[in-house]
Write a protein that binds this ligand. Structure first.
Ligand SMILES: Nc1nc2c(ncn2[C@@H]2O[C@H](COP(=O)(O)OP(=O)(O)OP(=O)(O)O)[C@@H](O)[C@H]2O)c(=O)[nH]1
Ligand SMILES: [Mg+2]
Length: 201
């Protein structure tokens, strides 16, 4: 366990109106606005938390999902440690657009190794009675597209909101640990002049 606090940048992406700002505001200020305005560009808020003994400052970047704001949001993708792909369970189109959001992120964040990048998928508004996307279908998409964790949330009812951001941190820490393990493997490899290198890099 390390005592250092880690600054992690997570970014919320998804169609306009799926509830990205509401999720961020619920998590950081514990408030919900049923008449929220669309975001223009990007906004960010910080929250400190502890996950599995690690102290983390989570910098949450909330982006504008509407197409007309694309050029205002994409410059902020670089440097993100985790991407939360968000849709609304009562809006099928927002689910079908997840692949486009993933592609947009990988391109503008200039992700070198997309297969290892930590994405987390959020199905928001589960308090709504009329669903257009089932949990099974969403989970299947996550399995097919990179085995991403899937969480169902409600910013309105505060369901799974903290769990979702904690999962984002866990995903980043897992990738970090994997990299540390690989580097350690290489160090041992060089010192021992062994030909059997690390198996993970
Ligand atoms: N019932 C319900 N409504 C929600 C929930 N989350 C957000 N909303 C409502 O959905 C609308 C859009 O929410 P926003 O948080 O502004 O959506 P957004 O994804 O930030 O939208 P853009 O900023 O345009 O990208 C608002 O009226 C919210 O009150 C939820 O979990 N349940
Ligand atoms: Mg917003």
């Amino acid at each position: 366990m390390s005592g250092k606090s880690l600054l992690l940048k997570v970014i919320l992406l998804g169609d306009g109106g799926v509830g990205k700002s509401s999720l961020m505001n619920r998590y950081v200020t514990n408030k919900f606005d049923s008449q929220a305005f669309h975001t223009i560009g990007v906004e960010f808020l910080n929250r400190d938390l502890e996950v599995d003994g690690r102290f983390v400052t989570l910098q949450i970047w909330d982006t504008a999902g509407q197409e007309r704001f694309k050029s205002l949001r994409t410059p902020f993708y670089r440097g993100a440690d985790c991407c939360l792909l968000t849709f609304s369970v009562d809006d099928r189109q927002s689910f079908e657009n997840l692949s486009n959001w993933q592609k947009e992120f990988v391109y503008y964040a200039d992700v070198k190794d997309p297969e290892r990048f930590p994405f987390v998928v959020l199905g928001n508004k589960i308090d709504k009675l009329e669903r257009q996307v089932s949990a099974e279908e969403a989970r299947a998409w996550c399995v097919e597209n990179g085995n991403y964790p899937y969480l169902e949330t409600s910013a309105k009812d505060d369901t799974n909101v903290a769990v979702a951001f904690e999962e984002a941190v866990r995903q980043v820490l897992a990738v970090e640990e994997q990299l540390e393990h690989c580097m350690l493997g290489h160090t041992i490899d060089l010192q021992s002049s062994s030909k059997s290198g690390s198996s993970c890099c």
